[in-house]
Design a binder for this molecule. Structure first.
Ligand code: DGY
Length: 338
């Protein structure tokens, strides 16, 4: 019996590759090579499925060029690299990895918030440069976390994890903005109160962005939004590049219109806006919020589980779209068309 052909778009944990190889005719990207879009499409053409990492764009043009494709399993909770409408129209299933990275990512959101508000990396660079001569009463004074107001934009699983850390661990007052309000029990557990976005921006001492990227959240934090924040405020983005207008943020940081920012994601990453690299009051990390050994393994495992369940006919575990026609039907149609 021929086995489904699966392309793994990037290097992933060897244990997961071994497991996938027991089920599929597997093509890994062992060297973690960077493929152009054309090269990716060429490699994908004769594949039944692909394991992506969030960096590979799956859209209508690619799907039209890869008629055999039936499933794209993203090793990420965010799936803004998928055009889910186009995937549904082409009968291609998409999946993501929710749940397994919630607490790890919430930990990192807090780490970035602490590092930013307390100027950890800026002061470390000062020390490493040999500039530290003596203690000073005002040296690297930052902003308190405990007892301050934490504003969370996007109150899904990760937002709730950050809220719990802030409210229960640091005695913060937590306010949040989300399209829909949480139920009363979850609000009580997170000790969080809903606010309109403008009010949240004007009230919070620390604003953390955890909202998914979409057309609606593109440049949600632009110059006008930044102008609403307190001059003493901290902004943290662990969601996606493009939610913050990086040029406007660099300008606001340079002019000290807000105190500081902590960024794990960037517009056009891995390129970082030069204005952000030029200012000291920003902590910059390379999209590592979910990066612990255990969690990255769990993400790879869940992406693999989705592929295995799908091809065993059990249905995907964590789907992100509903293909318009049954994949089997579309696959059969494609075979007939060839
Ligand atoms: C996610 O899961 O969406 C992360 O950004 C990838 O590490």
């Amino acid at each position: 019996m021929t086995r489904p052909r699966i392309l793994v778009a990037r290097a992933i944990a060897p244990a997961t590759l071994d497991r996938l190889a027991r089920h599929f005719d597997l093509t890994p990207n062992a060297d973690d090579a960077v493929w152009s879009r054309e090269e990716f499409a060429a490699r994908l053409q004769d594949q039944d499925g692909v394991l992506t990492t969030g960096s590979e764009r799956i859209d209508g043009a690619l799907l039209a060029a890869c008629p055999r494709l039936r499933i794209c399993a993203n090793m990420a909770v965010g799936f803004n690299n998928f055009d889910t409408d186009a995937m549904s129209a082409h009968g291609v299933q998409g999946t993501n990895t929710p749940g397994v990275l919630t607490e790890t990512t919430a930990d990192f959101g807090f780490a970035l918030l602490m590092a930013t508000a307390r100027r950890v990396t800026e002061s470390e660079q000062f020390l490493r440069s040999g500039a530290w001569q003596r203690w000073r009463h005002d040296q690297f004074c930052g902003t308190d976390i405990h007892g301050s107001t934490l504003g969370i934009v996007g109150m899904g699983r990760i937002g709730q994890g950050i809220a719990r850390r802030g409210a229960h661990g640091f005695g913060m007052r937590v306010v949040y903005h989300n399209r829909s309000r949480l139920d009363a029990a979850t609000e009580a557990e997170c000790k969080a109160a809903w606010l309109p976005l403008d009010e949240l921006l004007a009230t919070a001492d620390h604003v953390v962005l955890v909202v998914p990227y979409s057309a609606a959240s593109h440049h949600l934090i632009d110059a006008a939004a930044l102008a609403k924040m307190k001059p003493t405020a901290t902004l943290v983005n662990i969601a996606r590049g493009g939610i913050v207008e990086d040029a406007a943020l660099a300008e606001a940081l340079r002019e000290r219109r807000i105190a500081a920012a902590g960024l794990d994601v960037f517009e056009g990453e891995p390129t970082v806006h030069p204005g952000l690299l030029a200012v000291p009051n920003v902590v910059l990390t390379p999209h590592i919020a979910s990066a612990t050994h255990v969690t990255r393994q769990a993400m790879a495992d869940l992406a693999a589980d989705n592929l295995i369940a799908f091809f065993e006919g059990k249905g995907p575990l964590t789907p992100v779209n509903r293909p318009l026609a049954a994949p089997e039907k579309i696959a059969a149609q494609r075979t007939a068309d060839r």
